[in-house]
Write a protein that binds this ligand. Structure first.
Ligand code: TYM
Length: 332
């Protein structure tokens, strides 16, 4: 049976990269697969989070997912810490994964920088918890942006080693689903850097909570080059900022980049940016309004998460029980 798992961290605002790289794909996949979607609050605390702000961010991200079209009735939607199997399985995986594997994770290297001695152990073990998220449900497919590819390869390595060490055919080898024209949305200020929640400049990203005026301003200021837009996809080569904006347009309009360029090739950026603003506002504004409506009633969001956690627990609990048996932990 096919089952999807995916997650998003409640750290700062959801941005256009999260939306185009992941969340929009979750919405279209929810009609084809059984889906488990998770707000990964335990991943968030691998770096310092202010507790009241974290509580708010968990609700805000949940509201953002629902406003973007994730249906909490059709799918399971919950926050990670409510289901004990995630942390329990992560511990087992801490004992399966090798230090050398984790040492190679590029996201860890980027996040830890030169300060390795001083980051949390949780940040180092982050990918093991991610593997546990996925495998606690024996998920077969994981829709994510391109930046998560290496973590998903590690998830397969862990599953394979667990199966081999214990001589079982227990965990599936999960497939990533990296879909669409915007699998790696780049910063609006620097086409060589990923759009990210942690970028110091708010002008580097479009947040799901930005007003129409802010979106217009950020796109007006977005870095470009002096040439007009090319007529073909090949013409985007060596022009990272142009490629990024065309990719964003294509994903928002559900077109290929070639179709977009057939329409806008030859335009100066000033004209194209105006069209892109109208398009982005028309997609994001209704989500923004719905998000604010949902957030006005935090108790309802909590109830959705609680119900989702119960349904998630019903799947994960028997799996972690079996894992404990396989490993030889005694449960008298
Ligand atoms: P997070 O919270 O950084 O991002 C959530 C999703 O958004 C995608 N994404 C992007 N896609 C395209 N362009 C971008 N600039 C961009 N930035 C983010 C991410 O690829 C992701 O799909 N480790 C994960 C969360 C996680 C998870 C999991 C994901 C924890 N457990 C299990 C899948 C399965 C993360 O930090 O995502």
């Amino acid at each position: 049976m096919n089952r999807i798992f995916s997650g998003v961290q409640p750290t700062g605002n959801l941005h256009l990269g999260n939306y185009l790289g992941a969340i929009r794909n979750w919405v279209s996949l929810q009609n084809e697969y059984e889906c488990v979607f998770c707000v990964v609050d335990q991943h968030a605390i691998t770096v310092w989070q202010d507790p009241p702000q974290l509580r708010h961010a968990i609700r805000e991200v949940t509201a953002g997912l629902i406003a973007a079209g994730v249906d909490p009735k059709k799918n399971i939607l919950f926050n990670q810490s409510m289901v004990p199997a995630h942390a329990q399985l992560a511990w087992v995986f801490n004992c399966v994964a090798r230090m050398g594997w984790l040492n190679r994770m590029t996201q860890f290297k980027e996040k830890a920088g030169k300060n390795r001695e001083n980051v949390s152990v949780g940040l180092f073990a982050y990918p093991n918890l991610m593997a546990a998220d996925i495998l606690a449900y024996k998920a077969t497919h994981v829709p994510v942006g391109e930046d998560q590819k290496q973590h998903l390869e590690l998830t397969r390595d862990i599953a394979q080693k667990f199966n081999a060490d214990y001589g079982v055919d227990f965990f599936p080898l999960t497939e990533p689903l990296i879909l669409g024209e915007a699998t790696r949305v780049m910063s609006l200020r620097d086409g060589s850097k990923k759009m990210s929640k942690s970028d110091e400049s708010d002008f580097a990203r479009i947040n799901m909570t930005d007003t129409a005026d802010t979106i217009a301003q950020k796109l007006r200021k977005a870095k470009t080059d002096p040439e007009p837009l090319p007529e073909t996809v090949e013409g985007l080569e060596g022009r990272p900022e142009a490629a990024n904006l065309v990719g964003i347009y294509a994903a928002l309009a559900n077109l290929s980049r070639a179709e977009v360029l057939a329409r806008v090739g030859g335009q100066p950026f000033s004209t194209f940016k105006g069209e892109l603003t109208d398009l982005a506002v028309s997609v994001l504004q209704p989500i923004n309004t719905e998000m604010a409506r949902l957030l006005a009633d935090p108790a309802s969001i909590d109830a959705i998460l609680r119900e989702g956690a119960e349904r998630a627990d019903a799947i994960a609990r028997p799996i972690i029980t079996e894992v404990h048996e396989i490993v030889g932990l005694l449960r008298p």
